[in-house]
Ligand binder design. Structure first.
Ligand code: SF4
Length: 436
């Protein structure tokens, strides 16, 4: 069969003023830009498990401007998309369906709303793609595609992971590539729309497979920058310590997302630094404790850890690893004072990098269900607003206008040239002092 695997890519933001700010303030939408420019590891993995004999094309679609130039002589089209681009993914699916090409769509959005997707495509892939792809290929070849494949309950053991087909990429287009070591997260934040949507378990890939993927990348990019595409990378420190020692010999630079518990293990921090860790991104969420209460539905971990936030950031940065601290604005119990509180916290902690986003009710999350039940969603199914920068709910302790205006003013302050340089200097000082 001739198969197209299409990733909806590119950054989205409905608020024109914010979009303008993002263009003028380096740092503001930096993380979103980085994510938007990563290749789709999910689709490269499906390509890697597609038996030889099929032809696979990997295509990234930043928008639909060139949709009509796409070949339509495929036997199957697989589309992966997040919520913000899902309407474009649906339009693309209809484009292929009109040409009688079978279309399957997957990803977290479709996992949450398979029935919605089925209005536009032949099949919805729910949960982890690898667990259903061989069946989809087989059924497509026989012309008997079913509407829904998979479920969140269906396990997939990462020990069986195929090698992603990195060689499909034009490497000159990327400044980092992704490798996944785990799926899931032991915390279960009510707003989280990452791999916790696809699986209820925390599952890790055997270290030999991780190293093999990095070695494969090094065949096409000698000194790569790797982003570990995990939601919470260092949950299992015993898994990571030997792996970090092996990574050290690969001479790569890398980035990961973690919770703050990594700060408690000095040996880990030393190994991370020695093996090329450039930055870790940490969801701090709020600089005040009240909004954290109850967001982690498993153990209230962030709420309990709050007292150690500043000390933990200092410890990590004093090991030469920059921290990108993420804050969500508009959380429950955050009032208009929150904007100054975020700024004060960032300043006191000397955070090297900061990411601020607006609380976003993604479909399928507990947050969405709660706000829906309380009649606080502004446009229930406006998925285009799931950008992390567009407000689509009524906040609990401020007005819509206060949140939107306060967010823009905070962005101007936090990403100003002066404050950005100041943050960089603070990091250097912490590193020089070595955590005293
Ligand atoms: S800690 Fe991060 S990855 Fe884990 S559930 Fe919360 S938001 Fe998601």
């Amino acid at each position: 069969m001739k198969i197209a695997l299409i990733a909806m890519s590119g950054i989205r933001c409905c608020d024109a003023e914010l979009l303008e700010l993002g263009l003028t303030l380096p740092g503001f939408v930096e993380r979103s830009k980085t994510i938007a420019s990563l290749p789709s590891l999910g689709l490269l993995t499906l390509a890697g498990m597609t038996p030889a004999g099929h032809q696979v094309d990997y295509i990234e679609m930043p928008d639909l401007a060139n949709m009509n130039n796409l070949d339509t002589d495929y036997d199957l089209v697989g589309i992966s998309s997040y919520s913000a681009q899902i309407n474009e993914a649906y339009e693309l699916a209809l484009h292929f369906k009109k040409a009688s090409v079978p279309v399957v769509i997957g990803g977290p959005h479709v996992t949450a709303l398979p029935d919605e997707a089925l209005e536009f495509c032949d099949s919805a892939a729910v949960g982890q793609g690898e667990s259903v792809w061989p069946e989809i290929l087989n059924d497509c070849r026989r012309g008997v595609l079913r509407p829904v494949y998979g479920s969140v309950e269906r396990d997939y053991d990462l020990a069986c992971s195929p090698m992603p087909k990195f060689e499909l990429l034009d490497i000159s287009k990327y400044n980092r590539l992704t490798v996944q070591t785990s799926r899931g997260c032991p915390h279960k934040c009510d707003f989280c729309a990452s791999s916790v949507m696809l699986t209820g378990k925390y599952n890790q890939k055997p270290p030999q497979k991780v190293l093999a993927e990095i070695d494969r990348i090094k065949q096409i990019w000698q000194k790569p920058f790797i982003e570990f595409a995990d939601d919470n990378t260092f949950v299992n420190k015993q898994y990571w310590k030997p792996l970090l020692k092996d990574l050290k010999h690969r001479r790569i630079k890398w980035f990961a997302e973690s919770d703050l518990s990594v700060s408690e293990d000095t040996e880990m921090l030393d190994l991370m630094r020695e093996s090329g860790c450039a930055q870790i991104l940490i969801g701090l969420e709020s600089p005040t404790i009240e909004p954290l209460d109850g967001i982690d539905l498993n153990s209230n971990w962030k709420y309990k850890y709050f007292d150690k936030y500043a000390e933990a950031i200092h410890k990590i940065q004093s090991h030469g690893i920059t921290v990108n601290g993420c804050f969500i604005l508009g959380m429950e119990r955050q009032g208009p004072e929150i904007f100054d509180k975020v700024f004060e916290f960032v300043k006191a902690a000397g955070l090297y990098e900061v990411q601020i986003t607006i609380m976003t009710p993604f479909p399928g999350t507990e947050l969405y269900r709660k706000l829906d039940a309380e009649n606080r969603l502004i446009e229930k199914q406006n998925w285009e607003k799931c950008t992390l920068f567009d407000l689509n709910f009524i906040p609990s302790h401020m007005s819509v206008d206060q949140l939107e205006t306060g967010f823009k003013k905070l962005a101007e302050k936090i990403y100003s040239k002066y404050f950005t340089n100041w943050r960089r200097e603070q990091f250097k000082k912490q590193f020089r002092r070595g955590g005293d």
